[in-house]
Design a protein around this ligand. Sequence first.
Ligand code: FAD
Length: 310
Amino acid sequence: MSLLRQPILLLARSEKVKKLVSTMPVSSGIVTSYVPGETTESAVDATAGLVDDGLRATLDFLGEDTLDAEQAEATVAAYLDLLQQLGARGLTRNAEVSVKLSAIGQALPENGNKIALENARTICRAARNAGTTVTLDMEDHTTTDSTLAILRELRKDFPETGAVLQAYLHRTEADCRALAYEGSRVRLCKGAYKEPESVAFQERLDVDKSYVRCLKVLLAGQGYPMIATHDPRMVEIASSLASRYGRAQGSYEFQMLYGIRPDEQKRLAESGETMRVYIPYGLEWYGYLMRRLAERPQNLSFFLKSLISK
Ligand code: FAD
């Protein structure tokens, strides 16, 4: 892994740096390359543009690690507004939402899991009424068990709810086996947090090998795999495994983040693949941006320039 990845992910947790950087307007170059805007309208407009190009979307109202119940409720309200606006623009056939449980109560000191479950239920119900689905994002490894437990509860009433698994965790191949059942939507990504050696592979090659093992389990299984990566090698391997396991196009999908490899996103869609773009939006773009910079330290100089010229 890049030498800069760990220090940038540590900085991502620094309140001082967060305060300084968060005063940057979202319009500063490096931020808009990853986040279309701060408002629901900007996210819905970005979705409409992608859908016109034959792509699909999953939208994330930015925010995480909320320690305030009112803030968690405000996040739920933001999702309800988003779903309403997606519905009003006729976009829910092609756009769903992604939710971080820590933004809707999971991290609260008292009854966090219960509050997050109830809040997630409210969003799932609104999504179903609007004709679409929810995928639960996966955060750092201390939340994996709780997130999967909440997913199991949600799926009793909303079996269409999707999950995310991170190939860098040692446990993930087993989690893929457990979730590769019919009707189960699983997004496989490499993983974006700073994790200790005791739970996660540290070397890029080991993460990639794990990603391929997990792909095999998901593509050979009965569920609906969502292959979330920008890595050209992983995309190629996923395509050949899909044909090896007799998967027709549309029985799985590719996913990439907004602003990353947009030409490849279009190419995959034009070749008949289902391609979904993850669109983050809102004021709380700091943690998200830092994780993207950790993955691509080449962009650090653009970031520092926007900081100096603000
Ligand atoms: P990397 O190993 O980072 O990159 C491999 C190659 O991809 C690079 O060598 C380069 O060729 C290309 N590439 C990567 N980034 C860029 C770029 N910015 N510009 C151009 N080329 C690039 N993580 C979580 O922990 N939890 C989640 O819930 C979660 N949800 C996600 C949802 C989606 C739809 C996606 C796409 C990712 C999500 N992630 C999530 C992030 C993920 O875990 C990785 O951190 C991120 O996708 C980078 O990994 P990668 O597979 O793209 O490969």
